[in-house]
Design a binder for this molecule. Structure first.
Ligand code: A3P
Length: 272
């Protein structure tokens, strides 16, 4: 591969590495893996395999754009490159950095019911600790402190979507940010993906037959050129049971923040 002066690195078979024109910025546990996999069904999209963490990790950011470029997949010149790092959405220094790279970049943000997202976040940390043979407090003792919602629990902050969205809207117009309904992407992915295709101005190519419901997994899986595959077992895990009274408190906790988010984006979501 040889570097050129237009921010790309070319490869003998006609492919090249390019800085992403599309970013999936989050939210963590929103369905970001499903979204990038489903977007990859489109022949005009080349997706980075890993979460690059360029804009949020100082040690990566300091390496500069040439390092970022080197992390990108080889793509044909008419393909668009997409990278997803779910932590970008909640990191306040990231929007400015992305804007400096490309103010016209297209941003995809996938959100789901904020309470559901908290339970998913807890479940992820629970399994990460289990892998390291460490224990994690039961969900209810993380969620509640002295009979009230524990405001010190970080996962709650990640579900305060309006707080983070404000940072993004400081740098990008609303038209540059497409919010994907993560609950709908689970329930019926095809219509959500058609909206994504339209937002990205891609030729309509993703088809209903690209998706089939897998009863064993309880989620939609993908059919790509006849090959069928589901997401990894770590996607779509059961969440812990939470007492209805605590759940109710959580729903209430998010009520006002959700309203603020709806006002910011001029659109409502079916969150409890
Ligand atoms: P749960 O495992 O809590 O159910 P991310 O990729 O951002 O970490 O998001 C993971 C979430 O994607 C999963 O959370 C799951 O609900 C959701 N998801 C959406 N579509 C899915 C699909 N087709 N298969 C598996 N998980 C999917």
């Amino acid at each position: 591969a040889s570097p050129t002066d237009n921010g790309t690195t070319s490869h003998p078979n006609g492919t090249l590495q390019q800085l992403p024109q599309i970013l999936i910025i989050g939210v963590r546990k929103g369905g970001t893996r499903a979204l990038i996999e489903m977007l990859s069904l489109h022949s005009a999209v080349a997706a980075a395999q890993n979460e690059v963490h360029f804009f949020d990790w100082e040690s990566h950011f300091q390496k500069g754009l040439s390092w970022y470029l080197s992390q990108m997949p080889y793509a044909f010149p008419d393909q668009l490159t997409v990278e997803k790092t779910p932590a970008y959405f909640t990191s306040s220094k990231v929007p400015k950095r992305i804007h400096q790279m490309n103010p016209d970049i297209k941003l995809l943000l996938i959100l789901r019911d904020p309470t559901e997202r908290v339970l998913s976040d807890y479940t992820q940390v629970f399994y990460n600790r289990l892998q390291k043979h460490k224990r994690y407090q039961p969900i209810e003792s993380v969620l509640v402190k002295d009979g009230e919602i524990n405001l010190g629990y970080k996962a709650l902050n990640r579900s305060l979507y309006y707080v983070h969205m404000q940072n993004w809207l400081h740098y990008f117009p609303l038209e540059s940010i497409h919010v994907v309904d993560g609950d709908e992407l689970i329930r019926d992915p095809f219509p959500e993906m058609k909206k994504v295709e339209r937002f990205l101005k891609l030729e309509p190519q993703i088809n209903a037959s690209n998706f089939y419901f897998n009863k064993t997994k309880g989620f939609y899986c993908l059919r790509d050129h006849g090959r069928e595959r589901c997401l990894h077992d770590s996607k779509g895990r059961a969440h812990p049971h939470v007492a209805p009274a605590i759940l109710q408190k959580l729903y209430q906790f998010f009520h006002e923040p959700n309203k603020k988010f709806f006002e910011l984006v001029g659109r409502t979501f079916n969150w409890k």
